[in-house]
Design a protein around this ligand. Structure first.
Ligand code: G6P
Length: 372
């Protein structure tokens, strides 16, 4: 059946608004009535999964940023060293892979040539491969040992949105599954995280319902030549994904930086009026990352940046340094990307529309890159 826009002017807007469902559907049926995780589709011998000593996540584009987000959670929960690598870099560097390596591929389409080739190579080296994929029966899942489908529904717009949130969700489920199997987390901890995940669709809906303000800002910035994005911890890949959306949809030069790198270079770019979008960690998080990022906002602001801040509801500390603040509902720090990404997608989409661009089919891009 032909995919429909459900009354939205574009697939992009529809898919951004589909995100509460994309996450909910990806969680559906993956826990039992008592709230315990049940991931039957990971058909890899549990003894093998207990013996792996390394995880390599392989993906391209937006999917690779989902992998980078998931890495923080997987390492934290499972205590398995986890790397994320672009498939095309991995496959050409003679990588070290063996039977104790678990390869996790992330691909919306399941057809990205470089990711397929990277998975094939790893399998030949004896690694076990799990595919996280949004397209039933596509090539990468068929060539993997196991598949965990994201249930975001068909994604038509070329730039990925709902598949990204669904990939993070599925990769988190895989992380919890491994932590459960290997005894790294107590049952109760896993249940608590699943319960928190179950609340995210409603919170995403809240972000969507409150998006008028960021749309207005985006429309007012149609002449912008460059936007910098800063984030830290899970907010770092979110910043890079926000920048990627702006490049893809609005053809604006954009870069995402790790906030801690600011002093090592990016701060030299700041001049009067330079827009900087900052993804602020929760003030309830560990390691005082929050106050470090708030200092970064002050530093760029003091040099003339126009600061646009995504922060957690109730975080008043950012207000005095921010020209614009967009609040997202409270959640645990590792789950925040499921919320903080959404205003960045909306910003890119709205700005691109204000410039009159086709947000479903950006120039020069393909939905699925099936050639090298
Ligand atoms: C293309 C698409 C992106 C996507 C990337 C990876 O570049 O335009 O939106 O993130 O491929 O695709 P995959 O299907 O492997 O997730």
């Amino acid at each position: 059946a032909a995919a429909k826009k459900d009354g939205y002017p574009s697939f992009m807007e529809k898919e951004i608004n589909d995100q509460p469902d994309a996450v909910a559907q990806t969680l559906l049926g993956r826990s039992d009535i008592d709230g315990n995780l049940t991931l039957d589709e990971i058909r890899v011998d549990p003894a093998v999964l207990k013996s792996i000593n390394r995880i390599i996540v392989l993906a391209c584009g937006t999917s690779a940023y989902a992998g980078q987000v998931a890495r923080y959670a997987i390492e934290h929960w499972c205590r398995i060293p986890t790397e994320v690598e672009l498939s095309h870099e991995f496959r050409y560097r003679d990588p070290i892979v063996d039977e104790n390596t678990l390869i996790v591929s992330l691909s919306q389409s399941g057809e990205t040539m470089d990711t397929l080739m990277a998975v094939r190579y790893a399998r030949e080296q004896g690694a076990k491969t799990v595919a996280i994929c949004n397209t039933n029966g596509s090539t990468i899942p068929r060539e993997s040992d196991a598949v965990l489908y994201t249930h975001a529904g068909p994604e038509i717009a070329v730039a990925s949105t709902k598949a990204f949130l669904a990939q993070i969700t599925a990769a988190y489920l895989l992380g919890l599954y491994l932590a459960q199997l290997r005894g790294n987390l107590f049952q109760g901890q896993i249940k608590d995280i699943l319960a928190e995940l179950a609340k995210t669709p409603a919170k995403i809906a809240t972000v969507l319902a409150n998006s008028e303000q960021i749309k207005e800002l985006a429309r007012s910035m149609a002449d912008t030549r460059s936007v910098l994005f800063l984030g830290r911890h899970v907010g770092y890949p979110v910043a890079m994904e926000g920048a990627l959306k702006l490049k893809e949809l609005a053809y604006i030069h954009a870069e995402g930086f790790a906030a801690g790198e600011l002093k090592h270079g990016p701060i030299a770019l700041i001049e009067e009026g330079q827009p900087v979008i900052v993804v602020v960690p929760s003030p309830r998080g560990r390691d005082s990352l929050h106050s470090k990022v708030v200092s970064n906002i002050q530093e760029v602001r003091a040099r003339g940046a126009k600061t646009i801040v995504i922060a957690e509801e109730g975080d008043e500390s950012v207000r005095e340094f921010a020209e614009h603040v967009f609040y997202i509902p409270e959640t645990s720090p590792l789950l925040a990307p499921l919320l903080t990404t959404v205003p960045l997608q909306i910003f890119a989409c709205e700005l691109a529309m204000a410039k009159g661009y086709d947000v479903d089919q950006p120039r020069n891009l393909a939905k699925s890159v099936t050639v090298e």
